[in-house]
Design a protein around this ligand. Sequence first.
Ligand code: CU
Length: 138
Amino acid sequence: MRAFLAILLLLIALPAAGHSYRTQGVMVGHVWAAPTRGSDTEVYVPLLNTAPAADQLVSIIAPTAKLAELVDGSSRRIGAIELPPNRPVVLKPGGFRIRLIGLDKPLRVGDRIKLTLVFAKAGTVAIEAHVEVGPSHG
Ligand SMILES: [Cu+2]
């Protein structure tokens, strides 16, 4: 519960931090990705569905990768990540997350990656992931 509140407060505070996004019904917090080993990476982000009904993250458009997919905590590809109403869902290392395969160039700390998140109901939102060894905030 404490983590829940912390994340919720963080998401509310994030617009002031200047690196967050909002689409109709979903708030998107600090987006980050690990520097590459090989040509793949993972992308992590807190999401909060502010709509009254459940939604889903269904896909990612990543122009600089051959393949972008959603995976679960066992690294298995999944079709969607559930977003219950008003409950933060944090894509993080070892949990649900985004995997980018076949990047067109190596990612170094400080680089940015443009992505578009596609939600079942909330539509799409263009975002930019910061390449970091760990989240610089959020
Ligand atoms: Cu940020």
